[in-house]
Write a protein that binds this ligand. Structure first.
Ligand code: DGL
Length: 258
């Protein structure tokens, strides 16, 4: 089935997932929507996040997508149940990797860096309640302004370093040994984060599990593309021009109204 795989995020964050999927699924077509007109999602109300997410899905369905990947923790944790109740094609989401962190931690202290609305969402609470073990402590930090800086292609490395140091130091002082990166945008500041945290702290993101899950769902639903035509990858935005600082020059990026 050569219909495209649809992916959306509030901006460039989900391109970290698109890149990985492109590599492991070389025959699939992709359409990526960066809803940067409404970015960031992380400080919007739950109702607004649902409205944006549904609108993005409607556009992807109009563009004939066979499956949708919500490449945004904020959109997933606030809207995935609603989206699944309204849309009949498979929808895959991304959530902060609490489960792997709970399995890995030895110090029984876990840090989570995510947006305000992810940390405040019912789904985050439910996942925590389902998996948490009594004596494990979760230290949460909102990554205020990080998404905006990444979207703007903020080039001042010192500024980014100082902001991250302020966010991460309290968790480091609590003896965390796992740091969950609960926002797809943070993939692009991985190196700066790694410069700040001690070597014993494991960084956990969920890009690989989401990629593997996507492959399984495609197989299970007989949606794998078996045609050998040259594939396409289309990236669209609906606000200001997307900065290429973090995503490089490989993608042809175009404006689309959605
Ligand atoms: N990439 C989104 C996420 O994973 C960013 C959210 C935002 O726009 O604030 O949460």
């Amino acid at each position: 089935m050569n219909n495209p795989i649809g992916i959306f995020d509030s901006g460039i964050g989900g391109i970290s997932i698109l890149e990985k999927l492109e590599n492991v699924l070389p025959f699939e077509n992709f359409i990526y929507l960066a809803d940067n007109d409404n970015c960031p999602y992380g400080n919007k109300s739950k109702e607004e996040i649902i409205k944006f997410s549904f609108k993005n899905c409607e556009k992807l369905i109009e563009l004939n997508c066979k499956i949708i990947i919500v490449a945004c923790n904020t959109a997933t944790t606030n809207s995935i149940n609603f989206l699944r109740s309204k849309i009949s094609i498979p929808i895959i989401g991304i959530e902060p990797g609490l489960k792997p962190a709970i399995i890995h931690t030895k110090t029984k202290n876990i840090g989570v860096l995510a947006t305000e609305q992810t940390l405040d969402s019912n789904l985050f609470f439910e996942t925590l309640a389902k998996n948490k073990i009594e004596d494990i402590k979760i230290h949460e930090q909102v990554g205020f302004d990080l998404v905006k800086m990444i979207e703007n292609g903020e080039t001042d490395e010192n500024k980014l370093y100082n902001i991250l140091q302020n966010y991460l130091s309290p968790m480091i002082n609590k003896n965390i040994d796992c740091l969950v990166l609960g926002c797809t945008h943070y993939h692009y500041i991985f190196d700066t984060i790694q410069k700040i945290i001690p070597k014993n702290i494991q960084l956990i993101d969920t890009i690989t599990p989401v990629t593997n899950h996507t492959i399984n769902i495609l197989k299970l639903n007989n949606l794998i593309n078996i045609s050998n035509e040259k594939r396409y990858v289309k990236v669209f935005f609906n606000g200001n021009n997307l900065s290429r600082k973090f995503i490089g020059d490989d993608y042809k990026i175009r404006y689309l109204k959605f």
